[in-house]
Design a protein. Structure first.
Length: 101
């Protein structure tokens, strides 16, 4: 199963985010869709619902959340890992760091 490149912040931080279809119709809230979101994202429902602090999950669990992330841009994949590992870094979105032109 391929997991979207959602950041952990996007899944955990909002207390009641709404999920929308591609036609912008409401599918449901995080609470209503917790089991489905857990299945798709791999992020435990206790983390999604903030029932257990993220630092209480083993690092191996954090790695499992990151393992199947796929994105169209490498920057998006890196950004999706920030929340999972509690990392800060400057965002240079769209910049080719190796371009010496």
């Amino acid at each position: 199963m391929v997991h979207a490149g959602w950041t952990l912040q996007e899944l955990v931080a909002p207390s009641e985010p709404l999920f929308l279809s591609s036609s912008r119709e409401v599918i449901g809230s995080k609470r209503e869709l917790t089991t489905l979101v857990e299945t798709i994202s791999g992020v435990d429902c206790e983390a999604l619902l903030r029932e257990k602090p993220l630092n209480r999950f083993r690092m191996a669990k954090h790695f499992s959340w990151a393992a199947q992330r796929q994105t169209t841009r490498i920057e998006d994949r890196a950004y999706s890992l920030l929340g999972i590992f509690g990392t800060n870094m400057p965002i240079l979105y769209g910049k080719d760091l190796f371009d010496q032109k």
